[in-house]
Design a protein around this ligand. Structure first.
Ligand code: HEM
Length: 271
């Protein structure tokens, strides 16, 4: 399933918006009860639409969660990544949908603050510059998190979202064949795991072949993501460097607990 499919799901959730989103935000404060009067069933509607979509296509939960991350890293959590030519957006829907996606995969729940102002603009340069890439160095990734007001604890906790979902061969191929430009693989990746990955992620071709980010429990929101990293089986370079490139993040990976991911997944402190 593509990002486009998740995008379309959120747009279909947005179809409910005109029924419910007529009231204006007073001031910039966000609070969970924002729709209690104007649309008391808002959260229920999102939950049921999402549950149907995930039942049809399990990966949907992961893709929605990722959309939320990308949204928050560009201009704040304002649904700017959902803008299309007709200007539809729905920041609160995406915030609720990301929480529900986590819950549906057996992960924790949290209270979502509501009443966000949707963006009227998108930013290509913001998305190119702010969203971390899997081959970014550890300092670059941390810098990109800090730019959002997030710290090293947030980085390790939020990366735990890679406990669900998939990555394409093209997102980690470099690690298998040519990690640093000298034709050598990434030796921080377990070599028997690397051999398995190579069978469907050849040196060239197969770019779109999909792999579980957490091969142990790919559709369950649990802490195998961290255990995999400790076993040198983090799929993306950006996963494994949390253990290998920084003392502080290493200690966090070693002691990471699921609740911490839950606490940080709100991503809402600044919006
Ligand atoms: C730390 C920096 C991060 C990097 C470099 C990164 C990079 C990536 C990459 C390359 C993929 C696979 C994309 C593909 O091959 O098509 C991916 C998937 C995913 N990411 Fe991240 N990510 C990061 C942090 C996060 C955060 C903070 C979240 C959520 C809060 C997140 C949630 C996800 C999810 C759920 C998927 C699976 C999506 C699907 O199956 O459709 N990631 N990420």
């Amino acid at each position: 399933m593509s990002q486009l499919t998740s995008f379309l799901l959120v747009l279909s959730l947005c179809a409910f918006a005109p029924l419910c989103f007529s009231s204006k935000t007073k001031g910039g404060n966000l609070y969970p009860q924002f729709y209690d009067h104007s649309c008391p069933k808002a959260q229920e509607i999102v939950r049921s639409v999402l549950a149907k979509a995930v039942a049809k296509e399990a990966r949907m939960a992961a893709s929605i969660l990722r959309l939320r991350f990308h949204d928050c890293f560009v201009q704040g959590c304002d649904a700017s990544l959902l803008l299309d030519s007709s200007g539809i957006s729905c920041a609160d829907l995406l915030a609720i949908a990301a929480r529900e996606s986590t819950v549906l995969r057996g992960g924790p729940s949290w209270e979502v603050l509501l009443g966000r102002r949707d963006s009227r603009t998108a930013s290509l340069s913001g998305s190119n510059n702010n969203i971390p890439a899997p081959n970014n160095t550890f300092p670059t990734i941390l810098t990109k998190f800090k730019r959002q007001g997030l710290d090293i604890v947030d980085l390790v906790a939020l990366s735990g979202s890679h406990t669900i979902g998939n990555a394409r061969c093209t997102s980690f191929r470099q690690r298998l064949y040519n990690q640093s430009g000298n034709g050598q693989p990434d030796y921080t990746l377990d070599q028997s795991y690397a051999a398995q990955l190579k069978t469907r992620c050849p040196k060239s071709g197969g770019d779109q072949n999909l792999f579980f980010l957490d091969y142990v429990s790919p559709t369950k929101f649990d802490n195998n993501y961290y255990k995999n990293i400790l076993a040198s089986k983090g799929l993306l370079n950006s996963d494994q460097v949390l253990l290998t490139k920084n003392e502080g993040s290493r200690e966090l990976v070693q002691g990471e607990r699921l609740e911490r991911t839950a606490g940080r997944l709100t991503l809402d402190s600044t919006t």
